[in-house]
Design a protein around this ligand. Structure first.
Ligand SMILES: [Zn+2]
Length: 676
């Protein structure tokens, strides 16, 4: 079910899983929660009523064991550790409407009520249970699962358990569930996860054991009709999605208004949400969820994230180092929600420097500084006869359906892509209209003010569309523009359209929105404009600066030619540049050139053919790390022999203090793609 297809007045009830309180929060928890927050904020800005729920799952074996280890009662133990989730979400500006803890009375009573109803209906029965039990994972395995006596999940020894337990008649609802999914194929996303569940449902469903004897594990919700048992933690946890609305004012009416929910989860808990949960709901006479969206996992530098590898990414550390908005942006921009994605410091730094510091941060600084400088005594006035640039107006209008529509489809990277196209357009507009040139001619004062009005309004609108993704940054932009928007009540319809800026603006130069980072994530001390990487412009190519880049003509960069900057080269025309054949090339093989310390011989694919190129990069790259990389090659350079090997092109790289840095691409592309 696409959220865009629900009626605008229909409630969006959005949930994260409730997180197991004994876990240390990692980037996966943050990913789910931030994604939900972006959807919730987007939906609110379209005028849709939203109820956004998150919380903590606080019962079960592992909590009980940890509490014993610390000599604490389980309740005191969970009270102490629960804030690491709750406070993390505060620091990430998560806009949840409620936070549920499964140890709260409102939840416990709701679970017991549900158990009673299912017991009376005959959907729960008592039966013998025999099986291999993993204490750590709190789950039973069959004989064939544990041929070596070890848990298939955690590899710990399992133990034979024979006991009486209570079972939910899940098998009774298998046919119903299969039919329901056949009729609602859009209710599990991405489609591959739907297919996974349909495959799973081809095998007979067993009934679900929903109790644990108190004698073995007392830390759970007591089963109302069997006092010597507590509720199995999964059964307890899933019910939070209905116990919260049911215990809120309005009770059953409230639930009816909100239901069905949209659940956002990681793919590891798909079966519990897409099989157990709908059958429990159906037995309780409730509809299955509207949508279950199972997102992918984050690998770290290409490796699976795991406790044993010790490479889990701590969102607290990253939020402190970069700021929570930057992490929000990175997670929503870098991966495709639903697919796995890779987390690395280098990718994060690249996003900060290019997208945030260059494209967005510099745009704001320049526009505000120019409005301040070219206003009268620092006060800028939008001209009486101001008409917006048709091109910018059109682009802003296209964002209104597109950005929220994509965000509500969980296509966050695409939504941000549309917004960043708009930001690039604004940057190009600065360059092409060159306000600093207009400012020299008093006869063009009106034109200058119109151009600046376009830019100020464009930046303001950018902040509106950015708000669901980077709420604190949006507020900083509004404040810099002396615009009056606030996050509360922000609306695409009223705030996301042209012409909302105050007519008179007393603007002051602003400090940079984002600091540029070194490859290790540390803040760059002195942002030094260089020709390869023009921080005060964007939209330029990595090899050539744009014509408007000459420092002396840009008021934001007056005479900022650092002594150590390389001298500018003579101007060339486009024709001269077009003679240069630059092409993305994939490295197929790399090997040292015999007797040379510096040279590597690369075999590269440039699309139409393979080439051999020799590059002086051996001091900075090993042959192994080059294979598979897509690099930039000058393809029509006259071949030359280097240490006896003919090089049919030149690999392009930037000189750095420690060696060289190859020019690579931030998207997958085909070798030979045109460079323009
Ligand atoms: Zn286990």
């Amino acid at each position: 079910m696409d959220l865009n297809e629900t009626s605008p007045r229909e409630w969006l009830y959005l949930t994260t899983p409730i997180y197991y309180v004994n876990d240390i929060p990692h980037i996966g928890h943050a990913y789910t929660t931030i994604a939900c927050d972006v959807v919730a904020r987007t939906a609110r800005m379209t005028g849709k009523p939203v109820f956004f729920l998150t919380g903590t799952d606080e019962h079960g074996q592992k909590v009980w064991q940890s509490a014993q280890k610390f000599n604490l009662s389980p309740k005191i133990y969970v009270d102490r550790i629960m804030p690491r989730f709750r406070d993390l979400w505060k620091s990430f500006r998560i806009s949840n409407d409620d936070f549920v803890r499964t140890t709260e009375d409102r939840h416990i009573l709701g679970v017991q009520d549900a158990l009673d109803r299912l017991w009376k209906k005959g959907d729960i029965y008592e039966g013998p249970y025999e099986g291999w039990y993993c204490m750590f994972d709190e789950r039973f395995w069959t004989q064939k699962d544990v041929p070596d006596g070890l848990c298939p999940d955690c590899k710990r020894p399992v133990e034979q358990v024979r006991e009486t337990n209570y079972f939910f008649r899940m098998s009774r609802y298998q046919d119903w569930l299969v039919n329901w999914y056949r009729e609602h194929p859009e209710s599990i996303r991405p489609e591959s996860r739907y297919n996974e569940i349909m495959g799973f449902l081809e095998k007979p469903l067993e009934d679900l054991c929903i109790s644990r004897p108190v004698s073995r594990m007392p830390w759970g919700i007591p089963i109302p009709f069997a006092k010597e048992y507590v509720t199995y933690v999964w059964f307890d946890a899933l019910l939070n999605y209905i116990t919260v609305p049911l215990s809120s004012p309005g009770g059953a009416e409230n639930l009816k208004r909100l239901w069905p929910a949209t659940h956002v989860i990681g793919k590891d808990i798909l079966t519990t949400h897409a099989v157990y949960w709908p059958t429990i709901l159906h037995a309780l006479d409730l509809e299955p969820p509207r949508l279950i969206f199972a997102h992918g996992w984050w690998t770290v530098n290409g490796e699976k994230m795991s406790k044993s590898r010790g490479n889990a990414v701590d969102p607290v550390v990253y939020a402190e180092r970069y700021g929570s908005d930057i992490l929000r942006y990175f997670l929503m921009r870098e991966g495709q929600f639903g697919q796995d994605a890779d987390f690395s410091d280098s990718a994060l730094v690249q996003r900060v420097n290019a997208d945030l510091a260059n494209d967005l941060g510099n745009l704001l600084s320049r526009v505000v500084a120019m409005a301040n400088r070219y206003g009268e005594a620092g006060v800028f006035r939008i001209p009486e006869d101001y008409t917006p640039s048709p091109e910018l107006l059109q682009a802003a209008r296209e964002m209104l359906p597109e950005v929220p529509r994509l965000a509500l489809r969980f296509e966050f990277h695409k939504a941000l892509g549309v917004l960043w196209n708009f930001i690039s357009l604004l940057n190009r507009y600065v360059d092409s209209r060159a306000p600093w040139v207009l400012a020299k001619d008093p006869g063009r004062k009106n034109e200058l003010d119109s151009v600046l009005s376009d830019l100020l309004e464009g930046v303001r609108i950018t902040a509106v569309y950015l708000a669901p993704f980077m709420p604190q940054t949006a507020i900083r932009i509004f404040e810099s523009l002396k615009s009056t928007e606030s996050l509360t009540g922000l609306s695409y319809q009223t705030d996301g359209v042209w012409g909302r800026l105050p007519k008179t603006l007393a603007l002051e130069p602003v400090s940079p929105l984002f600091e540029k980072r070194n490859p290790d994530g540390s803040v760059q001390k002195e942002p030094r404009p260089s020709r390869q990487e023009p921080p005060e412009k964007s939209g330029g190519t990595p090899v050539l600066a744009s014509p408007g880049d000459a420092p002396s003509t840009d008021p934001e960069n007056p005479g900022q030619v650092q002594p150590e900057a390389r001298p500018a080269k003579p101007e060339i025309d486009l024709e001269a540049f077009q003679k240069v054949e630059l092409t993305p090339a994939r490295v197929l093989a790399a090997e040292p050139v015999p007797k040379s310390k510096k040279l590597l011989k690369l075999t590269v694919d440039i699309g139409r053919e393979k080439r051999t190129v020799v590059a002086g990069i051996a001091g900075s790259y090993t042959p192994e790390e080059l294979v598979g990389k897509t690099i930039l090659v000058l393809a029509n350079l006259k071949p030359a022999k280097l240490m006896g090997v003919e090089s049919q092109g030149m690999v392009l790289a930037a000189q750095t203090e420690g060696g060289v840095s190859l020019i690579t691409f931030d998207r997958d592309l085909d070798p030979g793609s045109e460079i323009r």
